[in-house]
Design a protein around this ligand. Structure first.
Ligand SMILES: *Cc1c(COP(=O)(O)O)cnc(C)c1O
Length: 419
């Protein structure tokens, strides 16, 4: 049966057979995203343009990905150079670009070893696999369970959605893999009670970004690290969103007095080129012996060139420090302009990962922002999430704050009027 016939019979479209539904109306892309009604076609620095020529100030950065702004020139130059040199070779060969990236990252963190992959979920999969394999093959113990936290987000593969502490990502995907437990954040006794003879690791974000921009309390994190030491567990920090300067330090965990055994990166690490990394301490090295884990596209010459250009730029230009300064300016301005709005319960975050928690849903504010030329997203139903690029200027922050302040004041008044 041809595809067209299937459409005519309503099978591809999923509609009832015989129902008149012109095939061209349905996109050939699975509708797994609730997309905004905007098609972005061009970007430079803090700005993006849609296919109608409208210009927007981008406070989403592709969800913490384009941290050096859109189309950053230095990184672009390295990408173009690499395009004319070598795109891809198998990981069966040495890839010098990987050693360069690994050196940059290990010299600037507590990690000693790096594994290259292609996304955040894959980096977390690698972390979970490394933790299990270290416990089972190196320590010789029957430990496999990973404890995570409610409201966390760790990815969409079967293992990482199971690790994720949000019910909505799991619906319809049963059965889920075994070996995961979730406990409430900041509940030390629940965490203590969850640790058992099969526990291998605890996995945590430094700011639960998707879960509402919830910052982990330092005392809690220190207690988690102490529990890991006491019970022989590995501490895995998911830095997919908080890593690469976003929070005002190169890695989010560097705000705290702890060292993870393993941490993961993706989003901001290659300026929009797909890349993920799993980093670990030297004592974990032998757990990933030859043949134990692999991926075709991890750390290709092309990906490695973009990663090292991104990381070098961040280090040379002290981009994390820019994020810290712009972040405190942005939060200060928001607090000043929105101090009189009871609709807002809290303005929080670190660096340029900022949440504005409100008393009600904020989806309409996001849509209204688009009409005013400002793009931002939510983190859960009631939290506005701001993720500008880390070079965002003071003037751009002022523009965004003016728009946000007007939107929120209007919305808060309307919401009050209706109540
Ligand atoms: C985005 C994100 C992931 C998943 O990354 P993908 O590249 O989408 O697979 C995992 N953990 C955190 C904290 C994230 O923000």
């Amino acid at each position: 049966m041809s595809k067209l016939t299937q459409v005519e019979e309503g099978k591809v479209a999923g509609g009832a057979a015989g129902q008149e539904e012109p095939a061209e109306k349905l996109s050939a892309v699975f509708p797994s995203y609730a997309r905004f009604d905007i098609s972005l076609v061009k970007g430079k620095g803090s700005w993006v343009w849609d296919d109608k020529g409208n210009k927007y100030l981008d406070f989403t950065s592709g969800l913490a990905v384009t941290s050096l702004g859109h189309a950053p020139e230095k990184v672009g130059a390295k990408l173009k150079e690499q395009i004319d040199t070598l795109w891809h070779v198998s990981n069966l060969f040495h890839i010098p670009g990987q050693d360069k990236v690994a050196k940059l990252l290990t010299e600037n963190s507590c990690a000693d070893q790096v594994f290259f992959c292609n996304s955040g979920a894959e980096a977390n999969e690698a972390a979970i696999k490394l933790a299990r394999r270290y416990q089972q093959k190196i320590k010789g113990v029957d430990r496999y369970e990973v404890i995570t936290f409610e409201q966390s987000f760790h990815g969409r593969t079967l293992a990482t959605l199971t690790a994720t502490g949000q019910q909505k990502v799991k619906e319809g995907f049963l059965p889920l893999p075994a070996g995961f437990k979730t406990v409430p954040l900041h509940d030390l006794s629940a965490l203590g009670a969850a640790i058992g003879e099969h526990t291998a690791a605890i996995m945590i974000e430094m700011i639960l970004a998707e879960g509402g921009v919830l910052e982990v309390q330092p005392e809690f994190l220190e207690a988690v690290a102490a529990l890991c030491k006491e019970h022989g567990l590995l501490l895995i920090v998911d830095e997919v969103q908080t890593g690469m300067g976003r929070t005002g330090k190169l890695f989010g965990h560097q705000h705290y007095n702890i060292e993870p055994d393993i941490f993961t990166l993706a989003k901001g690490v290659a300026s929009g080129f797909p890349a993920g990394l799993m980093l670990g301490k030297g004592y974990l090295r032998e757990a990933f012996s030859p043949g134990s884990h692999a991926t075709t596209f991890g750390g290709t010459p092309l990906a490695a060139a973009v990663m090292s250009a991104t990381i070098e730029t961040m280090l040379e230009e002290n981009v994390p420090q820019l994020a810290a300064e712009s972040g405190s300016y942005l939060v200060g301005q928001l607090k000043e302009k929105l101090a009189d709005v009871p609709f807002i319960t809290e303005i929080r975050g670190k660096g340029l990962l900022i949440g504005i928690e409100c008393k009600g849903p904020v989806g309409d504010i996001v849509l209204a922002g688009q009409k005013k030329g400002l793009l931002f997203v939510t983190a859960g139903p009631n939290v506005i999430r701001l993720l500008p690029n880390l070079y965002v200027s003071k003037e751009e922050i002022d523009q965004a704050v003016d728009i946000l302040s007007e939107l929120i004041h209007t919305y808060a008044t309307e919401a009050n009027g209706e109540a």
